[in-house]
Design a protein. Sequence first.
Lengths: 296, 296
Amino acid sequence: MAGILSRRLDIDALRALTAIEDQGGVTRAAEVLGLSQSAVSHRIRRLEASLGCDLLDRRANAPLFTGAGRDLLARARRILGLHDEAVLSLSKSPLQGRIALGMTEDTTCTDLSRILGRFRRLHPEVSVRTRVGMSLTLQTMLAAGALDAAIVQMFRHDVRPQDLLLFREELHWVKSPDLDLPADRPVPFLSFDENCFYRRWGIDMAQDEGRLFETVFECSSAAGITAAVQAGLGVALLSSRYLKPEMEILTANLPAPPDLAYVVRRAKKPRNPALESLIAQIADEISRSGQLQIPA
Amino acid sequence: MAGILSRRLDIDALRALTAIEDQGGVTRAAEVLGLSQSAVSHRIRRLEASLGCDLLDRRANAPLFTGAGRDLLARARRILGLHDEAVLSLSKSPLQGRIALGMTEDTTCTDLSRILGRFRRLHPEVSVRTRVGMSLTLQTMLAAGALDAAIVQMFRHDVRPQDLLLFREELHWVKSPDLDLPADRPVPFLSFDENCFYRRWGIDMAQDEGRLFETVFECSSAAGITAAVQAGLGVALLSSRYLKPEMEILTANLPAPPDLAYVVRRAKKPRNPALESLIAQIADEISRSGQLQIPA
DNA sequence: GGCCGCACATGACAAATTTCGATGCAACCA
DNA sequence: TGGTTGCATCGAAATTTGTCATGTGCGGCC
């Protein structure tokens, strides 16, 4: 067993492995990688062969990865992180300046933080100031020139061509199965706070349909709303990624909710090379994985 | 310029890059990599093409690497470190036990420390106890069963088949050009301390040739000896890697010094799987680079 | 200056690897 | 039970990678 270290991991194979985890399957991973399913399947097989151990658990109803697979996954992400940073550092031009960036609380725990961290390391001469707030607030600041760019949620039909689409979301009316909605009573509404931009939409639209709404709960965090829904407190407008299996999706008697999107929107300002570079990096990550990963 | 991150660095290409630095040239790097010179040249060219920037400085009399090349080199070493650790972690069997390892002070600042560190991370259940000492002392401890293995220097003709050869060295008689050696006076000898195993050889052999030796300086560190040589204090037996350009190598009137080698020698003990795994990792690194890197 | 030798680059071609599309196979769902 | 989904596998095609032979530039040496 001479020369374990002569074995080599292919960067693209590691990328495939992480894509499989992110997308939850080989077929979907192949899509975002821009490859055929068989190519990805083969790649993993080769990786396994070169390591001499299984990475995917191919038995029915088994978790995707074997223990070795999970171990490698963690290491692969670190390797890929270093790798990407190396690639970027070689194609970087020395940037300097300031970036005032806004983002919603939702997105702080996504890939964006990673990209932002890497950007700071690569461009220490650029000062990045990040401001977290609600989408509406951020858009106001953007318009007032207080931000150079912001990551905000909006109706999908409001997205402009120059916006960078991060990912799409669908809104649903949800309630607990335990909750009855008598037709002659106002609908108890669980809402994000005053500045939530689709709260207004919900109330207006529902009233057009002839239902009366009563806001019975207000909370700025999604966690609070989901808890209230599950407790049977009322009806809420929730985006798909916050849905739980126990929730009941309502379609009857309520208008179909509009689609949403998260985008990066720039301020109408003279061009800022540092900002453009940061946005290009975000776009790069998206083109690699189809959309940014949002942890459940 | 869409998709900078779609660029990818090949692990083998990074390996080639570091080999070029270690070996100080493409041709030599090709040798240790087991490839033809043109293959390595091609590889670097492909790497450059995929990155869109030069890595090697091909002008005459220029340092090997461009700025970008040096930047990538540093990153490459980190990536390769993670990579190798990942490979090893997947092929490891859970080891436990104790290893008592001896090494000389010389070798503490080589690749061995890196391998040792990685081994500890990979096998936290193995307790590695390292003891630094002179080669003779370590061999005595080895014989007495106080060590499981030791990295020691010895005459090359004393190397046994079961030893793992780390690298070879040549000894030379050296002195400062300023120092005269009148034939009728004893030769002033600069020596490592009492336990240096070739000090005895030097004195005996030289006396056989009819020269009288007088030890005028004794010091356990190579740095001390080289300083004394350069100061013109006397003659010393130095291994090639401590030679300085200002030193004069003596051949006349002195016996040709024996060749030396650094090896890993095991104790005559029952097999210890943890120890064998560690030694296998060292052997792996050697087979990759021809010999361990010894910083000048 | 002209003639080596050395180190690296380059081009053509051969070998190996990687991909794709088609097809097979098993599990799951209605 | 027939449709669907997700992955493995197979042969052919495409791409990548390596080797051999040869070219180029530089420096040392009569």
